[in-house]
Design a protein around this ligand. Sequence first.
Ligand SMILES: C[S@@+](CC[C@H](N)C(=O)[O-])C[C@H]1O[C@@H](n2cnc3c(N)ncnc32)[C@H](O)[C@@H]1O
Length: 350
Amino acid sequence: MDEPDAASCGLSGLQQLTAVIPAAKPARDVAAIFNSAVAAWAIAAAWELGALDELSSMRLLDAEAFAARHGLDPTATIGMFRALAAVAVVERHGAIVIPAANFDEVYRCKSYFHWLSRGSAELFRQMPSALVSKNGQELVHQRDGAAIAFACREIDRICYAGAFWDAMERLAPAFGTVVDLGCGSGARIRDILTACPGTRGIGIDIAGPALEVARADAAAAGLADRTAFIEADVLHLAPRPEFAQVGLITCFMMGHDFWPREQCVRVLRRLRALFPAAQRLLLGDATRTAEIPDTELPVFTVGFELGHALMGISIPSISDWEGAFDEAGWRLIRTNRIDLTVGEVLFELG
Ligand SMILES: C[S@@+](CC[C@H](N)C(=O)[O-])C[C@H]1O[C@@H](n2cnc3c(N)ncnc32)[C@H](O)[C@@H]1O
């Protein structure tokens, strides 16, 4: 059977022409989508290699000299900056690179790009199979734990740090030992121990590579004898004698892994039993927000929400959390709404 052609569909001559020649704007827009996808990798790489920091402070960088200093291939390095220039993050004059219109905002949001392209690449690469019901759960631990921890250090700085240190000031100083659940590369433990002399810290994480970074960084900061980093699943934590001294529990950017509700209540209850001396639980995380129109999504939201949906993790709302604490044996002292991009919140519980 013949395929219907434009003429047989009743299109005029002009309509037939525009049906075969793509309009200039969609072509540019589609190129921008492609170039943005490549640039997301380039942003993460340029940050990790120190190029974004150098550009932020010096406002000019010689790509060839940068490549030589860091042992990089000069052609590929120019290519990386070209990808950034394609989306107006930098302007490029040969090998000379300067910040362009989008630089400062990209620099502020660099950790979100890193989370996506370095930390979560495998998850998004496997989207077709992750979309098949239940398959995504197997991909949770195929993300790059060390890369996610690297990005989270910065996400914490721009998002949670202010509310966290305000909550720390409201605490009794004598908490003795702090345990950080889902500690990643251990930055929170290091920061607390540095700010609170005489305290000890225990970091717990399921990702071995992140803990290796945590141990090395703690040693470099002279905190090796005050810290312990344990590889374990927080959802199925076994008791240990040192848990008896824990006066403060912190848990940032992993609380959504406690859910669904029944499991969350069980895990929170168990924390009470495992850490009987804990006076405070500071729980900071993203929460499910009201629907944002698809065309007005800010940076990070669609990646975070789709990524978790692919892993079969449903993000609880603030009221889901608030409705679970009582039953789990925790008193909600204060809800601090941060709400930067993904409904971030810090609960103070006692
Ligand atoms: C998004 S990162 C946050 C890291 C750190 N809390 C921070 O504030 O920067 C989440 C961390 O939780 C860890 N994690 C996820 N599920 C876990 C589980 N069931 N038990 C222990 N750690 C877990 C991950 O390995 C990862 O290091």
